[in-house]
Design a binder for this molecule. Structure first.
Ligand SMILES: [Fe+2]
Length: 411
């Protein structure tokens, strides 16, 4: 523990020293340098203080979230400066070595003007992600986007041609800090006037009581065929310290009870039918199943009990790795699976039809939006809320509207 703290502080210290030199190259003004040093020191000491006093029985509080957000913003800003100047240092060292063997005293190999220019350039470049990360905390996290898709299926029952689903995920109640903005998001969901609303888990960060202040608002989600929901990895209280095992069990029971009081049809490895004109859609919901170290209590075989493979199935499963690992290889055919979990890392470049990129793609190949494999669709919602970094950049909070269409030919 001591060694990891010492290593962390050493790395942060080196970055401070390096970036301070960059600022010094640009200007020798004492006030400018002192302001920068104080600003950095404040963010770093506050983050270390919050981290050191992190209480696992409290979970991720807004104060630790914000201290992390400011720290990440500063770290990205300084890292870009360090990379820029480090590349220049490598060229200077190479030239210095070269000059030992071929001394040429008339030339100044250290190019102070070039150093100043590169410092200014690095600073300007670093300012772009820095300001974006700050904007992400100020506005980005409530910058709700409605994304609409039409999906065609040859085996969709005719009565469901044009059936509209609003899909949301990862509410993370415990993170919200602006009731007005959240209400705007909830109203926007209702404005889609979909036939059904489907929520794919992580309603809280850690504890069921996070729902209390938001219960009334999220109970106002309305659709003709109601709201279906499942649990996500954060709903089980696994990322908290509990005084007793019973306390943890009670918390989960309470979370399920509150969702049912809110009118949500919580599916725990079970299914339900939506019936129209004698035809039916099978809605399946599994508990969390995630690749790697994540909880694996989702049971697809249990969830399909009572339905036949000829039923048109819509599966709700929190973690998209479940689709690749268990749903696609399953002997039943699942035309449409809905997931969340990744949040699109709350950071990325996402221009529909052009580019969709986030560092999380290295962990989750299906990290945001629509995917298709073996004629089966997966939709990964980028999430309604946020967690840890209290913001979003590029990967905005999402409300998805999926319209099901019956296709005449096999797609
Ligand atoms: Fe989540």
């Amino acid at each position: 523990m001591f060694l990891s703290w010492a290593f962390f502080i050493l790395i942060i210290g080196l970055i401070q020293w390096y970036t301070f030199l960059c600022f010094k190259t640009i200007s020798k003004n004492r006030y400018w340098l002192a302001s920068y040093a104080c600003f950095s020191l404040l963010i770093i000491t506050n983050f270390i203080y919050q981290l050191y006093n992190y209480d696992r029985s409290e979970g991720f509080t807004p104060s630790i979230s914000y201290s992390l957000g400011f720290f990440i913003s500063l770290f990205v800003f300084q890292s870009i400066i360090v990379i820029g100047l480090f590349l220049e240092d490598i060229s200077r060292i190479s030239l210095a070595v070269y000059s030992v063997f071929k001394p040429n005293k008339e030339k100044n190999i250290f190019f102070p003007q070039r150093r100043k220019f590169l410092s200014q350039l690095s600073l300007a470049l670093a300012f772009i992600p820095f300001s974006s990360l700050l904007y992400g905390m100020y506005r980005g996290k409530y910058n709700y986007k409605v994304l609409s898709y039409e999906l065609e299926f040859p085996d969709l029952p005719s009565s469901f041609d044009g059936f509209k689903i609003t899909h949301i995920s990862d509410i993370h109640c415990g993170s919200f800090d602006n009731p007005e903005k959240v209400k705007y998001g909830v109203d926007l969901i209702n404005k889609q006037k979909s036939d059904v609303i489907m929520f794919t888990g992580d309603i809280v960060n850690n504890v069921s009581k996070e729902l209390n202040p938001w219960k009334k608002l999220f109970s106002s989600l309305k659709a003709e065929h109601g709201v279906y929901s499942v649990l996500g990895n954060h709903d089980y209280g696994d990322y908290m310290d509990w005084e007793t095992d019973q306390e943890k069990i009670n918390n989960l029971q309470n979370l399920k009870k509150i969702q049912r009081e809110m009118g949500y049809k919580l599916l725990l490895n079970e299914n339900d039918f939506i019936i129209k004109n004698g035809e039916r859609l099978a809605i399946l919901g599994v508990e969390n199943w995630g690749a790697g170290g994540f909880k694996k209590v989702g049971d697809l075989n249990k969830a399909i009990e009572g339905i036949s493979d000829s039923d048109f199935k819509i599966l709700l499963t929190h973690d998209p790795s479940h689709w690749r690992n268990k749903v696609i290889p399953h002997n039943y055919f699942f035309p449409l699976t809905l997931s969340g979990h990744t949040h699109g890392m709350q950071f990325g470049i996402d221009i529909p039809g052009w580019i969709k990129w986030s560092p999380i793609k290295w962990r989750y190949p299906e990290f945001a939006g629509l995917y298709k494999k073996a004629k089966q669709y997966l939709y990964v919602n980028r999430g309604f809320g946020y967690l840890a970094y209290p913001g979003r950049v590029g990967m905005w909070p999402e409300i998805t509207v999926l319209t099901l269409k019956k296709s005449k030919i096999e797609v």
